[in-house]
Design a protein around this ligand. Structure first.
Ligand SMILES: Cc1ncc(COP(=O)(O)O)c(C=O)c1O
Length: 399
């Protein structure tokens, strides 16, 4: 089996992640911050060590400004709904994932004004000029997707951050597709809020996410409850990170995330990135030789995370995904990838694309197998397993 759907969630995880989670549950499975017994303290130690590693990853000034959530969607909801009130203005880009698009739509219904900037058609990057022109006196927040989960294009967040800070508003980044594969510095980049998943490039398990908040940001809470602190009070504690971490944390997941982060630091982000770039270059080279393929990519592989989207002439993306899975045991994502607005912008709506999402653990052999399989699919109509996709096949399919 070849897994090429790492943009959805990374798999496999480094061996140390499995081992750490198993050991954690057996030996440290208490509830952190709840009680002073050794098992609770052992769990707390692991959670705080992971928090420190996250802070190091993004150069956060203090680990307590790193909040654990359950995924990137959770982080984005907390940040957007905790920050914005009716009458506020927010600027975003048109290439966001639904985890950003939908909370913003909900807030719009409640009276928040949203400006959606289209990227330029030659580079697919939102221009500085457009951002500057969209900023108003009422703009409270600028929120951008660091790398598109449709085609991997990376936006120049450092440039945006400088402008947003100068204008005096809050700058937020959705780094779901860049955390762990792209260097991020929240202090140098003037980033006030950053949200990402633990289960993608950081090799943590599902159910892990992160939100970092700078000192310039005060968020209302979305959930209140037990924090293991100030138990005598009915008020939610004000101190971070407890203010935003009500209820029992996904401690075993956070232990796994810590192991994933440790693995990345051991190998180095630069090495991770070079390996992934080499894989993307190899993949693009092989795919570009396939007749009838359209690849949706930036001009420069340096401006891309390891996500490659494409379509084969005469084939629906879902059909290509199904044939890759059923006939070649290769796992990719096909369709809209929870980002319809991005597909409308890139011209691939409503059917979407076939998406290959690579990880540091993929090999050149994985890439060759995918290229070979796609070459075969493009050349000949493959026998479909009985009844599987016939109803959706285009009758006018030509090769
Ligand atoms: C750019 C982007 N933002 C947010 C998300 C949501 O991440 P999660 O599934 O961890 O909530 C994704 C998931 O694919 C994504 O690609």
């Amino acid at each position: 089996m070849i897994y090429l759907d790492n943009a959805a969630t990374s798999w496999p995880k480094p061996e140390i992640v499995y081992q750490t989670m198993d050991k954690f549950l057996r030996e440290s499975g208490g509830n952190p911050g709840r009680g002073g017994h050794s098992l609770a303290l052992a769990a707390e130690k692991v959670v705080e060590e992971t928090r420190l590693l996250v802070a190091r990853l993004i150069n956060a000034p203090a680990k307590d400004r790193v909040v654990f959530t359950f995924n990137c969607t959770d982080s984005l909801n907390l940040a957007l709904k905790g920050l914005l009130s009716p009458g506020d203005h927010v600027i975003t880009s048109q290439i966001g994932h639904n985890s950003l698009v939908r909370p913003l739509r909900k807030l719009e219904e409640r009276g928040v004004e949203v400006t959606r900037l289209a990227p330029q058609t030659n580079s697919w990057v939102v221009s500085i000029k457009d951002l500057k022109e969209a900023l108003t006196k009422r703009t409270k927040l600028v929120v951008v997707t660091h790398a598109s989960n449709v085609n991997g294009i990376v936006q120049p967040i450092e440039e945006y951050g400088e402008i947003v800070r100068r204008h005096g508003c809050i700058f937020m980044v959705d780094a779901a597709q860049t955390a762990g594969t792209f260097p991020i510095d929240v202090q140098a980049g003037n980033i006030d809020l950053i949200a990402f998943s633990g289960h993608k490039g950081l090799f943590g398990p599902p159910g892990t996410g992160v939100l970092y908040l700078s000192e310039r940001v005060e968020l209302d809470t979305l959930r209140e409850g037990g924090t293991g602190s100030h138990s005598e009070s009915e008020e939610q504690p004000a101190e971070l990170p407890k203010k935003y971490e009500s209820g029992t944390l996904n401690t075993v997941g956070i232990a796994g995330l810590g192991a994933g982060l440790g693995y990345i630091f051991e190998h180095g982000i630069e090495r991770v990135r070079l390996h992934e770039q080499a894989l993307v270059t190899r993949l693009l080279g092989g795919l570009s030789r396939i007749t009838g393929i359209t690849i949706y990519k930036p001009k420069n592989v340096l401006n891309q995370v390891p996500i490659v989207s494409f379509n084969l002439k005469g084939w629906q993306p879902a059909e290509v995904g199904a044939v890759l899975d059923q006939s070649f045991d290769i796992k990719v994502r096909a369709g809209l990838h929870c980002a319809a607005a991005a597909h409308k912008t890139f011209g691939t709506y409503p059917h979407g694309t076939v998406r290959i999402g690579l990880s540091y653990l993929n090999t050149p052999d994985d890439i060759e197998a995918a290229i070979d399989a796609l070459g075969k699919i493009a050349k000949s109509p493959i026998e479909m397993p009985q009844g599987s996709l016939e109803p959706t096949r285009s009758k006018s399919k030509k090769h």
